[in-house]
Ligand binder design. Sequence first.
Ligand code: ADP
Ligand code: TRP
Length: 326
Amino acid sequence: MLSTSASSKKRLLSGIKPTGRIHIGNYFGALKQFVDLQDKYEAFVMVANLHALTGLPTKEELIDDTRNLILDYFGAGLDPEKITLFKQSDVPAHTALSWILSNFVTPAYLERAHAFKDAEAKKKEVNVGTFTYPILMASDIVLYDSDVVPVGKDQKQHIEYARDIALKFNNQYGELFKLPSELIIESVETVPGTDGQKMSKSYGNTIPLFGTDAEITKAVMSIPTDSRAPDEEKNPDDLILYQIHKLFNSSAELKARYAKGLGYGDAKKLLVTDIIAFVAPMRERRKKYEDDPTLVDEILVRGAMRANDVAMAKLRRVYEAIGLTS
Ligand code: ADP
Ligand code: TRP
């Protein structure tokens, strides 16, 4: 059981937005690191449901995506006895601090955020939530004195923003916030999607981590392949198919088979088999939690209490430092 006493371990905090089913890019780029590091760090893992609001989901979508993401976290191997798992909306200190931190940020600075620029390039109208997204994310991180934030490469700038904002606050009111570091594993920082672009829920190019066999097969079959002659030699690393396959089987033997001209049809079948074998124990673990909603609810209540303890203590110190309490 997690104790509420101070831990000597360094802190890890991260989260994923509940916006549709997670994919293997989310897993290898971020979630796997949460799992691998849950013993080494004191880990806080959130469901970033307030950040999900920028896409204006329906109530049913948000409820469904939230429940699925929590089950996916457990399925992937997060152990609720080791980590603090919580819903961002269960900890009001995040939005309270976000307001305070917004006073340290200029619109010009937020306009330079990649995510904002991308959203603006795609849509006619960008909501204020999307614009101020990095401030809420900075709050998520600095409230917990997080040392490391495991994420994929697309989130790197957000962690830089969190550092910048924390530093500005510290310069004015004293060293209250720890400056966090991103933890990005280079080999999986941008997992390619089935079309070769970055795999993303919003590009329709994903292989869902907890998809059915049929969904996984369909996604793999859609990976484009060129018209190489069966025995023509190619560098496997140039193939989207192999770039994805090596996540599940990094053996020299597989690479050699690709290099020697393994037929694409056979390679795809093998990839489907490898993915299904890889996720089999995850599916089983996920099912255990899916069948026990009371346990899941208890874990969330416990997580919210622990997260609130830590976050409120920090917010109180912020209030004192600024002069909001006296
Ligand atoms: P998406 O882009 O699919 O909407 P999210 O923004 O919810 O994904 O990302 C959740 C986490 O997964 C973040 O840490 C993000 O950096 C990581 N991530 C998302 N897509 C990839 C990818 N293709 N490769 C590596 N990491 C990724
Ligand atoms: N912005 C992240 C994403 O799109 C999700 C997120 C919200 C997050 N708050 C965070 C990630 C704090 C790490 C730390 O994936």
